[in-house]
Write a protein that binds this ligand. Sequence first.
Ligand code: ZN
Length: 214
Amino acid sequence: MEDISRMIAGFRRFHNVYFHGDKELFDELIGGQRPKTLVIGCCDSRVDPAMITDSAPGELFVVRNVANLVPPYEPDMAHHGISSALEYAVCDLQVQHVIVLGHSQCGGIGYLMNHEGVGDREFIGHWVGMMAAAKTEVLQRLPGKSAEVQQRACEQAAILLSLDNLLTFPWLRRRAEQGTLSLHGWYFDLGCGELLSYDPHSGVFKSLVTADAS
Ligand SMILES: [Zn+2]
């Protein structure tokens, strides 16, 4: 119960400092949210999109899943949580940016790299197996490299595959082609605290800003 008590104490601080401290913002948010950005992040407890980007309530529309994956457009009767969030953000909230935020030391991508097929889990293997093509591409491109190097490459390759999958959603693709929606592939390096962004011109992830820069 110690962890829960700490969270309740944390909520008290949030209530005093933010809720009462910025009453104007919260009064405005009662009227509705108008975030400009959708972030697809990982469930990982170390990679909170709002915390990493120092964003305020109302600024980011966030959906998180194991390994920050975007599935392809599959309009069937299955339960599509990620696709629902995409649809709401793009068609209703009319966000202007979609960021796929990956990260180093990702347990989900680690599972993909370290198991043949779906492995021994009921759900995770099938979920991350969506990125099997990224794994195959990395193993062909970097044979003989260390497991760490291959995993990092796969974490980044999976971001690119998710960006491709985003464009399979017709209403999202339409807005991207119209120029009213920008797609971004970001990668947070836990080891050095660096945030990288995929540069389609050079085909590599480049630093947006280093941890010690102002
Ligand atoms: Zn992760």
